[in-house]
Write a protein that binds this ligand. Structure first.
Ligand code: PLP
Length: 358
């Protein structure tokens, strides 16, 4: 099937086939990797390789640590404020859609949150000019969600917040484009869109941020513990990390993030072009300048038409095109591993459907 679901991951078929081979007998060891001790040399190699690949592909500077933490991005919504906001501190938040609001709701339970931007008035369909945003004095961090998976909006540039570190949730667009690390104190992402299977988050955190962590945190919630133990404090999600390492190998072999970004832009442009040339048959609620290259949202004249579109697409093996229940409409999630040919099939169908209904 052609997988347009918003998650969990679309994995390349070649990766799934390699996993299948290793599942019963990992590289001739006589054990599945899933059965292998996380303290063994075999898994140690997988773990280290995954970390090295993240550092290499993303160009992570030496003064950042790479952590793999079970629990997904949602756990980070708690860990971030517990580490950096406890004890009456203040942070800044940009509210740009469902996910940033969830992160905000958790942060508010721990400390003071200053809302720098709230897109409520435009129903979260546009983003502010980053150069107009300022952090508040003494703020512990400035939170941004780089891509709103449900609303389909994506930051294309970043604010300059001076000494206040930006913490960015990149769950739904990590590895889709290069990351300018000089702009961030910490980035994090649930693995399950572009990196691999669900169940953990990749956290990339600057050394000076680790120094600022709450000293009274319980072990698992303490970034310093994960950093000191190189993400082996407890049993890591070995299968997911292994599968991610295969995805990373593939991205490296195919030319890295610049190449990935080029392909993603090509894919999203195909759909946006069809929408823009449809004389309003397909409409995007999102401001043109911040349309997402990962989650393309669109609406039609009425819900009936959208339902029929989704059903007909499904009959053609194109699945997952229904928009999120909270916003309705349609959504095509076109993560890294979705092939260009699947997007071509979708746009051909969009044109056919419009013709049939006009
Ligand atoms: N942030 C964003 C932008 C997401 O899209 C998601 C999940 O889809 C999350 C956070 C939550 O991630 P998880 O399910 O890994 O907790």
């Amino acid at each position: 099937a052609k997988n347009f679901y918003a998650g969990p991951s679309v994995l390349p078929v070649s990766v799934l086939e390699e996993i299948q081979k290793d599942m019963v007998d990992y590289k001739g060891s006589g054990l599945s990797l899933i059965e292998t001790s996380h303290r063994s040399a075999e898994y140690g190699q997988v773990h280290k390789n995954a970390m090295n690949l993240v550092r290499e592909i993303f160009g992570v500077p030496d003064n950042f640590k790479i952590l793999f933490i079970g629990g997904g991005a949602t756990l980070q919504f708690s860990m971030i404020p517990l580490n950096f906001l406890s004890g009456g501190k203040t942070c800044d938040f940009t509210l740009t859609g469902t996910w940033s609001k969830k992160a905000y709701a958790d942060a508010k339970k721990v400390g003071n949150v200053n809302v720098v931007y709230d897109g409520k008035d435009n129903s979260y369909t546009r983003l502010p000019d980053p150069s107009t945003l300022k952090a508040s004095p003494g703020s512990s961090y400035f939170h941004i969600t780089s891509n709103e998976t449900i609303g389909g909006i994506q930051w294309k540039d970043w604010p300059d917040t001076g000494d206040v570190p930006i913490i960015c949730d990149m769950s739904s667009d990590i590895m889709s484009r290069p990351i300018p690390f000089e702009k961030f104190g910490m980035i994090y992402a649930g693995a399950q869109k572009n990196l691999g299977p669900s169940g953990f988050a990749v956290v990339i955190i600057r050394d000076d941020m680790l120094e600022k962590c709450n000293p009274n945190m319980t072990a698992f919630l303490d970034y310093k513990v994960h950093a000191e133990k190189e993400s082996l404090y407890n049993t890591p999600p070995v299968f997911s990390i292994y599968a991610m390492s295969l995805v990373l190998e593939k991205v490296k072999a195919e030319g890295g993030l610049k190449e990935v970004e080029k392909r993603n832009k090509e894919k999203s442009k195909l759909i946006y072009d069809v929408m823009d040339k449809s004389n309003g048959f397909y409409k995007s609620p999102v401001d043109v300048s911040v349309r997402s290259d990962m989650n393309v949202v669109f609406t039609m004249a009425n819900e009936e038409l959208e339902k029929e579109f989704v059903a007909q697409a499904k009959a053609k093996q194109m699945v997952g095109l229904k928009g999120h229940v909270s916003v309705g409409g349609c959504r095509a999630s076109i993560y890294n591993s979705l092939p260009l040919s699947d997007v071509v099939a979708l746009v051909e169908f969009m044109q056919e459907f419009q013709k049939a209904k006009s």
